[in-house]
Design a protein around this ligand. Structure first.
Ligand code: PGA
Length: 249
């Protein structure tokens, strides 16, 4: 059985006090949720305070990025070891904003995925095509390539610590969600590819989340699809009550 996961990517939002206040409210209203994994991914500055607030709750904590090295002369960076020290359970890797705004490529993302695994961190590994790529019929080539390169040399045992998020770039923060059928097609393609890389059994155990303008009013249709195992939510995760409606869907 695959885990259903609802993860909130807060991006560059919220002070420490605002972050703590959000998770305090979320913790209260979602205390009875048992059938799905809830993850919040605050900015680095809020991670410690949020992790302390969520200790022994049913909500897990994730970071939004990390460097692949353990330590060293990498000004402005944070390592897996440092995240484990907080402690953090997950890290988002290869988010489209990292790929397109900060120029991260597949090789770098692969190093990060392997570093997370080496340090016992779960990752939320993101893939997705741009509008131009979709319109020129390249969606499967693009996401296939991102999956193959991003998961290069990841073992069958380790892939169980990786969650994949399919996030079409054109749907992120734009209010345009992929139609459930469009999303399911991409998810099924990724699942089949995982089956080829690993085996069917392993592929069927990997949760594949959809991301891109997920809201309380579109989550139901998306999650009803066989290969959509949850969501990575940006804007709608910044308010505890709205995020809870998505969690409860
Ligand atoms: P959005 O962001 O829900 O605001 O579109 C999703 C994401 O970037 O993970």
């Amino acid at each position: 059985m695959r885990k259903t996961i609802i993860a909130g990517n807060w991006k560059m939002n919220k002070t420490i006090a605002e972050s703590v206040s959000l998770v305090k409210e979320l913790k209260k209203i979602s205390a009875d949720v048992r059938n799905r994994e809830i993850i919040v991914c605050p900015a680095f500055t809020s991670l410690s305070a949020v992790a302390a607030e969520l200790k022994s709750s049913n909500i897990k904590v994730g970071a939004q990025n990390m460097h692949f090295e353990k330590n060293g002369a990498f000004t402005g960076e944070i390592s897996a070891l440092m995240l484990k020290d907080i402690p953090v359970d997950y890290v988002i890797l290869g988010h489209s904003e990292r790929r397109h705004v900060f120029g991260e490529g597949d090789e770098l993302i692969n190093k990060k995925v392997k570093a997370a695994l080496l340090n016992g961190l779960n990752s939320i590994f993101c893939v997705g095509e741009t509008l131009k790529e979709r319109e020129s019929g390249k969606t499967k080539d693009v996401i296939g390539n991102q999956v193959l390169k991003g998961l290069k040399d990841v073992s069958k045992k380790d892939i169980r610590k990786v969650v994949i998020a399919y996030e079409p770039v054109w749907a992120i923060g734009t209010g345009k969600t992929a139609a459930p059928e469009q999303a399911e097609e991409a998810h099924l393609f990724i699942r089949k590819l995982l089956g080829k890389i690993f085996d069917d059994n392993t592929s069927n155990s990997v949760s594949i989340l959809y991301g891109g303008s997920v809201k309380p009013d579109n989550i139901k249709e998306l999650i009803a699809k066989e290969n959509i195992d949850g969501a990575l939510v940006g804007g709608a995760s910044l308010d505890a009550k709205i995020f809870y409606q998505i969690i409860k869907c």
